[in-house]
Design a protein around this ligand. Structure first.
Ligand SMILES: NC(=O)c1ccc[n+]([C@@H]2O[C@H](COP(=O)([O-])OP(=O)(O)OC[C@H]3O[C@@H](n4cnc5c(N)ncnc54)[C@H](O)[C@@H]3O)[C@@H](O)[C@H]2O)c1
Length: 253
């Protein structure tokens, strides 16, 4: 098993890629804090992990709140004694608004969850990793964090910022036993469309042109395999990198 006795926190783990990552990590021997805004969903994931013989604990956490981030990391320490792997996966989509149409409230919501939540969780985890002399961070960015055509201005900027933070963090702590990488998934079959509110027809139309060359939609389990690689020692020489997992979609650009 690739994560035997490791303790992992996965945010947004009640659904989609977070759920698949939590389940795969548990299968590979990790003890997993399944954190999500959706407590019931998190509990269901924990139950399925336990039914398969794994070890997991559900935590209700809104990554837009500092106190919830603290409680989520504390849960790993209190339940399992340490933290080895942090997966910042929780995220929401915008409504494909181009910059002229984005409202401050929506911009702030997207950034609070997709970007500030990632910063705050890393800020909380790094001191633990520094004390241990090791630790791994996996950030779920997006192909929208590398390109301009995949969502609206807010989502794209929020994910570009995650890529920037990932590179900075990977570089800063490179000699401290800490690795920080990101995954840029393309289109993946999850429940993320539920977070798309008040779709902007113009922005969606522009984005649709780029979506026209998507080779295929991926499954959450395919991204979880990349997250396993990045959490495990198999990727010991990979740091500050972004791994694109999109079936070749963005190879077109
Ligand atoms: N699905 C895609 O095509 C796609 C592509 C690229 C990147 N992503 C990114 O992948 C990540 C996972 O998304 P998904 O597609 O699996 O979506 P999903 O909606 O299936 O799962 C996201 C989970 O995050 C949780 N969540 C939302 N806001 C939260 C908050 N404030 N605090 C804690 N949890 C919160 C939701 O309750 C949900 O369980 C996101 O960061 C998303 O931006 C998705």
């Amino acid at each position: 098993m690739k994560l035997e006795n490791k303790v992992a926190v996965v945010t947004g783990a009640a659904s989609g890629m977070g759920k698949a990552i939590a389940e795969l990590y548990a299968k590979e021997g990790a003890k997993v804090i399944v954190a999500d805004l959706n407590k019931e969903g998190a509990e269901a994931v924990v139950e399925s992990i336990k039914n398969s013989g794994g070890n997991a604990t559900a935590v209700s956490a809104n990554v837009a709140k500092q106190e919830d981030i603290d409680a989520m990391i504390d849960a790993a320490i209190n339940e399992y004694g340490t933290l080895d792997v942090l997966v910042n996966n929780a995220g929401i989509m915008d409504g494909f608004e181009p910059v002229a149409d984005i409202m401050d409230e929506k911009w702030d919501l997207i950034f609070d969850i997709n970007t500030k939540g990632v910063m705050r969780a890393m800020r909380r985890a790094i001191p633990i990793f520094l004390e241990k002399g090791n630790g791994v961070i996996v950030n779920i960015a997006s192909t929208g964090g590398q390109n301009g055509a995949h969502a609206g201005a807010a989502y794209g900027a929020s994910k570009h910022a995650v890529v920037g933070m990932t590179k900075n963090t990977g570089y800063m702590y490179a000699q401290k036993g800490i690795r920080c990488n990101a995954i840029a998934p393309g289109a993946v079959e999850t429940n993320i469309s539920a977070s798309m509110k008040n779709i902007n027809e113009f922005g969606m139309g522009r984005s649709r042109l780029a979506q026209g060359v998507i080779p295929r939609v991926g499954q959450p389990e395919e991204v979880a395999q990349v997250a396993l690689f990045l959490a495990s020692d198999d990727s010991s020489f990979v740091n500050g990198s972004v791994i694109t997992a999109d079936a070749g979609w963005t190879a077109a650009f």
